[in-house]
Design a protein around this ligand. Structure first.
Ligand SMILES: *[C@@H]1O[C@H](CO)[C@@H](O)[C@H](O)[C@H]1NC(C)=O
Ligand SMILES: *[C@@H]1O[C@H](CO)[C@@H](O)[C@H](O)[C@H]1NC(C)=O
Ligand SMILES: *[C@@H]1O[C@H](CO)[C@@H](O)[C@H](O)[C@H]1NC(C)=O
Ligand SMILES: *[C@@H]1O[C@H](CO)[C@@H](O)[C@H](O)[C@H]1NC(C)=O
Ligand SMILES: [Zn+2]
Ligand SMILES: [Zn+2]
Length: 313
């Protein structure tokens, strides 16, 4: 290319800028909400803030579906937008699980908890596990209480037998390398605090004990994903080692604004694969909600206690 005189360079740059300016500003005005949260299937909850028994607000039917999905309601009654007794008691159970005031009313704290992106595994399975009960509650003056542990297990305490304390893992072919690395890191964290060891499945063509992949919407295991936001991932109880990420969510390595750290989610979902259900301790890995842009890379004493009780370690 011929050399350009400084003058023509400046001229060209100015010309380019003039041409691009309208485009840039048009883009800016077209996306004034670039800082807004990504639309989520849980957004309907915002419109229900303040709802309580007796209300007939549009969206209450979706609240019933939400609570059904996570195990608080067996959805074999009213399909109406009507806040009935059964719904009120489901909301109270939810509030107990998340250490909210058990008023049965959708107060702002209840709504903001429910709206956070989360794991798709229900908090309650067949009414047999209760995140907030089970363990020791300590009375500490003035009626306030402090809980020692909140871990929970699957029904019948599903777990791996002693012959399966070494588990193999594998990935579906479409799993990105960054996700594989994140899962391997999370497996290391679990093996450092338990008797489990993990290694890649050596026999090609055979099924690993833990199989990780990315899926979207209905992917044939009876637990549909839901597009961006809402449910992020799910995993199965022993001895079913499937662990699925929702590929419609925005994934990251480390804390990235509006994205979810793959290792953080792996640590949680692998906890399910090992036999842990949800914990009501916000700092625990087994707490089911995940604010975007955050990481949780270490096991909490509650997670460690849970897995040790399950396997009598
Ligand atoms: C919900 O019920 C309460 C108490 O009955 C009432 O004060 C409130 O106006 C109702 N809200 C709606 C949106 O119906
Ligand atoms: C609800 O449950 C009852 C009894 O368990 C059953 O007979 C009925 O068919 C169920 N209804 C629906 C809509 O599933
Ligand atoms: C519970 O209610 C009390 C009194 O109204 C309030 O001070 C407190 O912040 C509430 N706690 C939660 C978690 O909503
Ligand atoms: C829940 O209960 C039903 C009916 O008793 C049973 O078929 C199902 O396997 C149970 N689910 C789990 C996860 O235990
Ligand atoms: Zn979970
Ligand atoms: Zn799945």
């Amino acid at each position: 290319m011929a050399t350009l005189q400084p003058f023509s360079l400046i001229f060209l740059s100015a010309l380019l800028l003039l041409l691009l300016l309208p485009l840039l500003s048009a883009h800016a005005t077209n996306s004034p909400n670039s800082d807004d949260k990504i639309a989520s299937p849980f957004d309907f909850l915002k419109g229900l803030q303040g709802s309580q028994k007796g209300n007939k607000t549009k969206g209450i039917r979706d609240l019933k579906k939400y609570l059904e999905q996570f195990g608080y309601l067996s959805y074999n009654h009213s399909n109406e937008d009507y806040f009935d007794d059964v719904l009120e008691s489901a909301v109270k159970t939810y509030q107990l699980n998340y250490h909210l005031n058990a008023t049965g009313t959708l107060d702002d704290k209840t709504v903001s908890t429910m709206m956070m992106p989360r794991c798709g595994v229900p908090d309650i399975i067949n009414g047999s596990n209760w995140m907030h009960l089970g363990k020791k509650w300590h009375q500490e003056g003035h009626g306030s209480f402090h809980t020692v542990s909140h871990y929970s297990f699957f029904p019948k305490r599903q777990k791996w037998p002693p012959s399966k304390y070494h588990l193999t893992y594998g990935f579906t072919t479409s799993t990105p390398t960054k996700a594989r690395n994140a899962v391997v890191q999370a497996l290391r964290t679990w093996s450092s605090r338990t008797h489990f060891t993990f290694g890649p499945e050596p026999r090609s063509g055979s099924n690993p004990d833990i199989l990780v992949g990315f899926y979207r919407w209905d992917h044939g295991d009876g637990n549909s994903f839901d597009g961006p936001g809402g449910i992020l991932a799910h995993a199965f109880a022993p001895q079913d080692g499937r662990f699925h990420y929702d590929s419609d969510d925005r994934w990251s390595v480390g804390a990235v604004k509006d994205a979810f750290d793959m290792q953080t989610i792996a640590l949680h979902e692998l906890g399910h694969n090992l036999g842990l259900e949800h914990s009501s301790i916000r700092e625990a890995v087994m707490y089911p909600y995940f604010p975007p842009g955050t990481t949780k890379l270490r096991l909490h004493p509650d997670d460690i206690k849970g897995i040790r009780v399950l396997y009598n370690m």
